[in-house]
Design a protein around this ligand. Sequence first.
Ligand code: UDX
Length: 445
Amino acid sequence: MRIAMIGTGYVGLVSGVCFSDFGHDVVCVDTSPEKVDMLNRGEVPIFEPGLDIMMEKNVAAGRLRFTTEIEPALDGVDAVFIAVGTPTRRGDGHADLTYVMAAAEDVARNLKGYAVIVVKSTVPVGTNKKVRERVALTNPEAEFDVASNPEFLREGAALDDFMRPDRVVVGVETDRAAEVMAEIYRPLFLRDFPIVTTDLESAEMIKYAANAFLATKITFINEIARLCERVGADVKEVAKGIGLDGRIGNKFLHAGPGYGGSCFPKDTMALARTGQEYAAPVQIIETVIKVNDEIKRRMIDKILEACDWSVAGKKIAVLGVTFKPNTDDMRDAPSLTIVPALVGAGAKVVVVDPKGRREGEALLPGVTWDADPYAAAEEADALVILTEWNEFRALDLKRFAETMATPRLVDLRNIYSEEDAQRAGFDTYVAVGRGQGPGQTRGHD
Ligand code: UDX
């Protein structure tokens, strides 16, 4: 199949590269000449494990190209994917569709034969129909169908999610469009990955409902974690105990500093907004948004409490600032709430992150960066683990305890245990939702 991918951001680039790996002929179009030049030099603008190698392989095989010119890119295509950004609109929390609609108009003006216009960007329910109307209005001659094909890619595991998906969701209005989409995803179909073919609105809603449900699941366990702290239970045990129930499942039950990233915060907000607009408020999600904000702020208190409620002049080493491991993405990362609060309270913060520095430098003013966790924590008053990068999972805790001014460990991802910390010589170990450690918040206040 011949495919054009509009937008080489995270979703567009991963999808374009993976489609070319299926054997399709893919042209990726982006309006930024700098980005296209970079891609044509073989450089990947984002960090995603395995993407550079897969991109190089398919470019070399002649199946993958990058260009700023949409017109030749649409020549003879079977499908045009729109994978441009849908940021949260300032002021009202709605998804901003400016880029999607601009792309739709561009496609309309340059389409020659029949093609399916596939919306891959996460868009509110009803957008695919608006895209159809806009294309028809811009070019009444255009021969096309629209399709909704939401992505479910986790950053850091995006290639695997694309190649081995739990499901592919396709929303269509015609058999013709369904056939094109089935042909595009045939390599997955042959390997028995389920494809859910449905109407446009349901496909759009599946995406929001899935992300909102996952955000709710995380927020649920984070609230249970807080209660565990008060009653002396261990949230890891609780998560294991409930996760074994097949109806609940053990995934997305890791308590932590609150969800972040490019999807959950934006998509929960957009769903809440849609609910209000249609007079069917999604109250659970409205609450999840509020609670997640509180959870992030509560982490600040945890750190302050571990430091005897004063961090002024104290050195704090923070391990991990990206919103999760294996990405350089800082969007809505809990670190953006927590670290500035520490800096504001007068702490001398030293940050270590394997990939976060490039984006993080501008976003976290007033901190010092170090590449080595041990050097960062020398003479420190607290060590805070904020993102569970693999390199932070097997630290030599003893070495830290020996060189820190005050050995305190605030483990916001529950990687270690109180016993690990005590054995290594830490005076204080604070985790999330795990009972009775010294410094741990109790219910008697
Ligand atoms: C998410 C969805 O998983 C994906 O399907 C989608 O379409 C895009 O959004 P992503 O944002 O890359 O992917 O990250 P994900 O792995 O889902 O994690 C999101 C946030 O939740 C992170 O901040 C992570 O640290 C947090 N999280 C996740 C937890 O706190 N606990 C968990 O158990 C799981």
